[in-house]
Design a protein around this ligand. Structure first.
Ligand code: G4P
Length: 292
């Protein structure tokens, strides 16, 4: 099942970006450091008229620290693009964002030519949290339900540095199936657009191959990495259900409950620091999706 999600207000965001972009010097795209490829909007360059772009890999505190540098290199290798990692514990995010944007548009600056920056990102990526940190206020709404940030706003970060916020945004068609599952697992996609059990199985299939020791530690499976990798994903979900007490009367396992547990454990990072894709994997999925 392909995951599709493009609520009405995201259509209007797309329109709003189109109208705003002519007065913008740099675009900041906030990405989820746990899925730095899948959380990027493939239409962004087209929507923003190929403006210089700062990719901010947010939530790096919960991403796999051994994978984030490869993703930063991958983005930094592109023309007119810079990438930095960030998380909510960063005490000087404004300084780092301002410096990176100034490098991308050195011709802008001073009261006569203020830097005009647009910030965008998919729902739940941490945009409201970052904006609240930048402004020191609680003006942007935050919440765990995808798509809750709805109002456009302008933020003054420096005398000559303006930041425009846009509501969260996905794209009309999620063309890479793997990305759809990862976006759903991360909480970027509205709950009614996917089946939790199906997404949890896809998530587990990836974790089995790449993060088996974390699964063993969290669910006390008592199995080594090879044994965990050899399990069929629904066998693994069943095992997790039993270990976590997701059992109904009569002893039948509650797979739906187990799926919810796995997703919550991933989202809250109770499972550990995880990144669901590497640049070569993402490139391979993108290439396969283009062939179809
Ligand atoms: P959005 O505006 O892009 O939709 O996202 P928002 O700021 O509402 O953040 C979504 C969730 O991500 C929030 O958690 C927020 O606390 C969390 N978050 C934001 N930035 C970071 C970060 O750098 N690291 C980590 N680990 N989490 C981050 P929540 O569960 O919805 O709410 P709460 O935990 O704040 O109560």
């Amino acid at each position: 099942m392909a995951i599709q999600w493009f609520p009405g207000h995201m259509h209007s965001t797309r329109k709003a970006i189109g109208e705003r972009i002519k007065d913008i010097d740099v675009v900041i795209e906030l990405l989820d450091a746990r899925l730095p490829g899948s959380s990027a909007n493939p239409l962004l360059a087209e929507l923003t008229g190929h403006r210089p772009t700062l990719k901010v890999l947010n939530k790096q505190d919960v991403a796999d620290a051994t994978r984030t540098p490869a993703w930063l290199d991958w983005y930094n290798a592109r023309a007119d693009t810079r990438a930095i990692g960030l998380d909510a514990s960063d005490t000087a995010p404004a300084r780092r964002l301002i410096d990176a944007c100034r490098q991308l548009a050195p011709q802008r600056g001073g009261m006569a030519k203020p830097m005009r920056v647009l910030i965008c990102g998919i729902p739940n990526v941490g945009k409201s949290t970052l904006i609240n940190t930048l402004t020191g206020k609680t003006q942007a709404k935050t919440g765990d339900e995808a798509g809750i940030t709805k109002l456009e706003q302008r933020i003054v970060l420096d005398d000559d540095f303006y930041l425009w916020d846009t509501p969260g945004m996905l794209w009309p068609r999620i063309t890479i199936p793997e990305s759809g599952y990862k976006l759903a697992a991360s909480g970027a996609v509205g709950r009614n657009a996917y089946d939790e059990e199906e997404v949890a199985l896809e998530l587990l299939a990836y974790l089995q191959r790449h993060y088996a020791p974390l699964l063993d530690a969290r669910y006390r499976l008592g199995l080594d990495a090879a044994a965990i990798a050899a399990l069929h994903d629904d066998e693994l979900l069943t095992l997790i259900a039993r270990k976590r007490g997701a059992v109904m009367s009569g002893g039948r396992v509650n797979l739906q409950k187990a799926a919810e547990l796995v997703m919550t454990d991933f989202r809250s990072a109770i499972l550990g620091r995880i990144t669901l894709e590497t640049p070569p994997e993402f490139e391979a999925w993108s290439a396969a999706a283009q062939v179809q």
